[in-house]
Design a binder for this molecule. Structure first.
Ligand code: SAM
Length: 324
């Protein structure tokens, strides 16, 4: 059965789409110039965007990007009062460079990535992200994208490919057994529903607390379906290129795979040269174009207010040099 948006947290008379994590800290670091142009690469329900716009002057503008049309509709409603200071675009954050070029914007004062999925996406059974509710095995963040669904992955990948995927993106110790079970069951009837996958996973893991394993396998499939790590790498590079000198890039990550990817890309641009040690002169041409600003965890109050904040890490870097 299709679930409704959760009504337990309201925003005025509207149900809340998503409660923004570390809102004040994010805005404090994202904003470097009150009249600047900003990108929210993961717009969601527009919570962070709304908080930022509230601090900008009349010259300040925001470009909001999301691959999910439901997010864009919710954010358009929430940000309507800011009029033409807000431009919303559907697409992936790796397409950010092309989108901004089409808008004739060459550089920006700040970019935000708030990674993963929104509460709305998880709460809607019809999107297939949650192992807690029955729904189609979909998991595409953009429902009009002509990409594979979770059902396509589960029904077509080889046992070895499923094992690799569960190990790499889920870091799950029962990956081998789960991959084997899926391949046996799908020969009888293909997987179409999240409940089928849930049953297959639960049937092969010992013990009575399968929640963590379920969460890891569903996370692994979600990452694969949406190419989340590839998107993150390309999106961060695009954002770093677009930042003006002094501009900030802020990233909220929620699990170690995301965190490692962000750290690796930041480190590469903070160190500059990546030649092997011992070379008399640099041959890679790498330049130090970023400096670290902060790495913060949510406060206890943030976690008490918002369960989703528990695993959040905020990393912020500053561009110190132009692209030339
Ligand atoms: C955690 S939510 C953002 C919530 C938002 N900060 C707010 O305050 O409501 C992440 C959003 O990013 C979007 N998203 C994730 N990966 C994306 C990508 N590669 N390109 C564009 N949007 C993406 C998801 O569809 C989701 O709406």
């Amino acid at each position: 059965m299709e679930s409704k948006i959760s009504f337990d947290q309201r925003c005025g008379s509207r149900p809340l789409y998503h409660l923004p994590v570390m809102r004040e800290e994010v805005v404090g670091h994202w904003m470097t110039d009150r009249g600047g142009i900003y990108v929210d690469a993961t717009l969601g329900g527009g919570g962070h965007a709304e908080a930022l716009l509230g601090h900008l002057t009349e010259q300040g503008r925001l470009i909001g990007i999301d691959r999910d049309e439901e997010a864009l509709a919710a954010a358009a409603d929430r940000l309507r009062r800011f009029g033409d200071r807000v431009i919303l675009k559907q697409g992936t954050f790796s397409e950010m460079g092309t989108m901004l070029k089409a808008l004739k914007i060459e550089e920006v004062s700040g970019v935000l990535f708030d990674l993963g999925v929104s509460s709305h996406q998880i709460d809607r059974a019809g999107r297939g992200f949650s192992y807690r509710q029955d729904g189609p095995l979909d998991m595409r963040m953009g429902q009009t994208e002509r990409t594979r669904t979770a059902a396509d992955v589960v029904n077509s990948y080889s046992e070895q490919a499923l094992f690799d995927l569960f190990r790499r993106y889920g870091e799950e110790r029962w990956s081998r057994r789960i991959a084997r079970r899926i391949c046996t069951l799908r020969n009888r009837s293909p997987f179409e529903r999240t409940s089928q996958l849930r049953e297959a996973i639960v049937s092969v893991i010992p013990g009575r607390a399968p929640q963590k394993t379920l969460a890891r396998i569903f996370q692994a499939l979600r990452i694969e379906v949406n190419d989340e790590i590839g998107e993150l790498e390309r999106g961060l590079e695009a954002a770093i290129f677009l930042l003006k000198t002094g501009g900030h890039l802020a990233v909220l990550s929620y699990h170690s795979l995301e965190g490692r990817t962000v750290k690796a890309i930041f480190r590469k641009h903070i160190r500059g040269c990546h030649c092997p040690p011992g070379l008399p002169v640099c041959v890679c041409g790498g330049r130090r174009i970023l400096k670290a600003v902060c790495r913060e965890k949510p406060s206890a109050e943030d976690v008490a207010r918002n369960e989703r904040a528990r695993s959040a890490r905020l990393r912020v870097v500053e561009k110190t040099m132009s692209n030339e």
